[in-house]
Design a protein around this ligand. Structure first.
Ligand code: PMP
Length: 404
């Protein structure tokens, strides 16, 4: 257990009321638990501050609008975006990707164009592209993985052609934890004039993300993995791309002027936020950003990296266990045990008060590449400690004893 003592472990479990003593929550890649200050921000928004945004002339609504737009500025700063007008609030990464597929790819691509994905993508970074490709007559190509389970960027450089108009890749894999060199991927995409979308669901909670340094074109993430509430997420895009995109949905708030003779639309980001927004979700997301920023994403990254090392070192002692993903995976460890279904691993671990995810993790093509139907996955957050890893390892010992 020396790695963690060397790296000044975080100890934030007390911030999380839904984590009882003795419960090892190792499913942060699915969704993060909520610190009290996020819960308080949500409660305050409904309890004392609640009103609609953008349309009210009364003080409470004006105050809520200020808070809502301050949250947009906070997200912009968090991603190092050029302006808050580049931040579109969506329901989550899934909606962000669908928005880009519909409004950008759906209007910019033509029959014969190509889209480049990778074998490790989450279904939400596959299916929206398949839907638009089918509608348009575009083709999808799939990047292979390296032997240590990263997206193979050498293969990308060799495979990409001027027919490729869009590349969409996971910044951090939700199954393997492998971290993409996003800047190199962006440079390769741009070398043929393609745009690149990065799926930041698993990166924003565990590393500093700088969209300017990445030079990507679109970036999406979900608030609930960043210690914020469900139902809120972010699409960031370069301003010229947002300007050129038609609206996603029609309704209130996204218009400039409506008449039966014709309707004109608001500039971005309002153009993409039809209807009353998830006001409280946005305030909760801002509280989540404050929470991780105060701890420091570098410290969170170092902490999770140390937990991953501890876990991989301990699990590699079991002969029947296969570890997936690279050694330096960010906060996520997937594994399987010969002759044991991952659901049985998950159930036995649950009896030992260890919560892991078991299944295909919404990445069925990756399961096929790995040659398995499913894996068990432990993923970490700011509340985890070496004791949780210890509980996991004891639980795995029990699994191997039961299945002999
Ligand atoms: N991409 C990745 C890498 C994810 O881990 C997830 C959530 N598991 C998603 C996309 C989809 O996020 P959401 O369901 O919050 O829209």
């Amino acid at each position: 257990m020396s790695v963690l003592t060397q790296t000044r472990p975080l100890d934030h479990v007390a911030d999380f009321p839904a984590i009882p003593a003795g419960w090892a929550y190792l499913d942060t890649a699915a969704t993060a638990q909520k610190p009290q200050e996020v819960i308080d921000a949500i409660t305050r928004a409904y309890d004392t501050d609640y009103a609609t945004v953008h349309r009210g002339v009364y003080q409470r609504s004006a105050d809520m609008t200020l808070a809502y737009e301050a949250a947009r500025r906070k997200v912009a700063k968090f991603l190092n975006a050029g302006s808050e007008n580049e931040i579109v609030f969506v329901r989550g990464a899934t909606e962000g990707i669908n928005l880009v597929a519909h409004c950008w790819a759906g209007t910019q691509l033509k029959a014969g164009d190509r889209i480049l994905l990778s074998q490790l993508e989450h279904h939400s970074n596959i299916v929206p592209w398949q839907m638009v490709a089918e509608r348009i007559g575009a083709q999808i190509d799939v990047l292979p993985l390296t032997a240590d389970h990263r997206i193979d960027l050498d293969a990308m450089a060799a495979m990409i052609t001027p027919q490729h108009k869009l590349v969409a890749l996971g910044h951090v894999s939700n199954v393997l934890g492998s971290v993409l060199d996003g800047r190199r991927a962006a440079d390769i995409a741009h070398s043929v004039g393609a745009k690149i979308l990065l799926d930041g669901c698993q990166s924003v909670p565990r590393m500093t993300v700088d969209v300017a340094a990445l030079d990507c074109d679109f970036y999406v993430f979900s608030g609930h993995k960043l210690y914020g509430p469900t139902g809120i997420g972010v699409l960031w895009a370069k301003p010229a791309l947002l300007e050129a995109m038609p609206p996603y949905q029609g309704g209130g708030a996204m218009i400039d002027k409506v008449s039966f003779a014709g309707t004109t639309y608001a500039p971005p980001p309002g153009r993409f936020e039809a209807g009353t927004p998830h006001i409280v979700g946005v305030l909760g997301l801002a509280a989540g950003i404050d929470y991780v920023t105060r701890i420091g994403l570098e410290r969170i990254h170092a902490h999770e990296t140390a937990l991953v090392k501890l876990t991989r070192d301990a699990l590699s002692q079991f002969n029947s266990l296969t570890l997936f993903g690279p050694e330096d995976s960010a906060g996520i460890v997937s594994f399987s045990i010969a002759g044991v279904h991952p659901h049985d691993i998950g159930t036995i671990l649950d009896e030992a008060k260890v919560a892991v995810r078991a299944g295909h993790h919404c990445a069925q093509p990756l399961m096929e590449t790995l040659g398995v139907d499913a894996t068990a996955r432990a993923s970490f957050g700011v509340y985890n400690s070496a004791a949780d890893v210890e509980a996991l390892v004891r639980g795995i010992e029990r699994v191997t004893r039961i299945f002999g």
